[in-house]
Design a protein around this ligand. Structure first.
Ligand code: MLT
Ligand code: MN
Ligand code: ZN
Length: 304
């Protein structure tokens, strides 16, 4: 299985267009510190690939990776579709940018699809441009999502979803509660027996998520905030990191202590511009390195 990391930033990206915080200013001064919105490309054995989340950067992300370029036919693209972990704008706005596709498949859970259809009118807007087809993520027959078996994403790669939280996007704040508004994705390669777990938004570390992480060979997890107080300290929000839907890395209840116990290769992604990890010289990098945990970078390739 080949997975390309197309971006590693939380909503807004780094730098964020209207932000002069140290992280964003540092990225303007040092272009190597720039991070596009968090996304992956997962390649299947038939030469196709699926994007995991479609970010506002999707056009630039495709251009930055030759394996995602079109050809040899004039409108032939390897990108078959998009898998969504949630309905947040930083993970879905790119769908509108992909309207030039002849056809686009979207894999999403029921509430995520409903949010895009009912609140953002995705099908109504894109219908005149491209043929959208939907696949329900992770559910087969009447089974609960967490019990659903892996299904083929495409040849060679199976996919299933683990419910993570009922956190709704702000634009759908009034929508009904559902345990799979946010999911983690389990990507499984039958030929190699290897599994990648991708969880860019983790509000709570459930037993099901822990089991999936313990079984995985590579775990790519929410690294939005370094500590619980970061959103308040930096003036981003009056809420804690956890209340914003993102378990912090460090401190009680932080994910670093959990990841350090796993046998998998572990990486953080979805870094907010307030996170000190956006500065490569920050001492927090040494702290993670001592725990054997990595910070994902844009362009990283994971082959399993
Ligand atoms: C999040 O990750 O919490 C969301 O993307 C926040 C947002 O962009 O509103
Ligand atoms: Mn986000
Ligand atoms: Zn900033």
């Amino acid at each position: 299985m080949l997975v390309q990391v197309l971006g590693t930033a939380a909503g807004g990206g780094i730098p964020q267009w209207n932000c002069a915080c140290p992280g964003c200013s540092g990225a303007r001064a040092h272009p190597s510190r720039r991070r596009k919105h968090a996304s992956l490309a997962v390649h299947t054995d038939d030469g196709h690939c699926y994007l995991v989340n479609a970010t506002p950067d999707v056009g630039d992300q495709i251009e930055a990776h030759p394996a995602l370029h079109p050809g040899p036919g004039p409108r032939q693209t390897p990108i078959a579709g998009v898998v969504l972990t949630d309905a947040e704008l930083d993970h879905t706005l790119g769908l509108w940018r992909l309207r030039e596709a002849d056809a686009l498949e979207i894999l999403a859970t029921v509430p995520v699809r409903q949010a895009l259809e009912d609140h953002l009118r995705l099908s109504e807007a894109l219908g005149p441009y491209t043929a959208l087809t939907w696949r329900e993520l992770g559910r087969r027959g009447g089974q609960a999502l967490r019990d659903a078996p892996d299904r083929p994403l495409g040849p060679g790669v199976h996919i299933s979803a683990i419910p993570v939280s009922d956190k709704r996007p702000r634009y759908a704040a009034g929508a009904a509660a559902h345990d799979c508004w946010v999911v983690a994705l389990r990507l499984y390669d039958r030929a190699t027996g290897q599994t990648v777990l991708y969880a860019p938004a983790v509000a709570a570390w459930s037993d099901a998520l822990h089991q999936a992480a313990a079984d995985a060979d590579c775990v790519i997890v929410d690294g939005t905030f370094w500590d619980e107080d970061e959103p308040r300290r930096t003036g981003l929000s009056a809420r804690t990191a956890t209340a914003m839907g993102h378990l912090p890395i460090e401190g009680p209840g932080g994910t670093a202590g959990i990841l350090a116990q796993l046998s998998a290769r572990c990486l953080y992604t979805h870094l907010n511009n307030t996170n000190r990890l956006v500065d490569p010289a920050a001492p927090e990098h040494k702290r993670l390195a001592r725990l054997g945990i990595e910070v994902a970078d844009d362009g990283m390739v994971i082959e399993l």
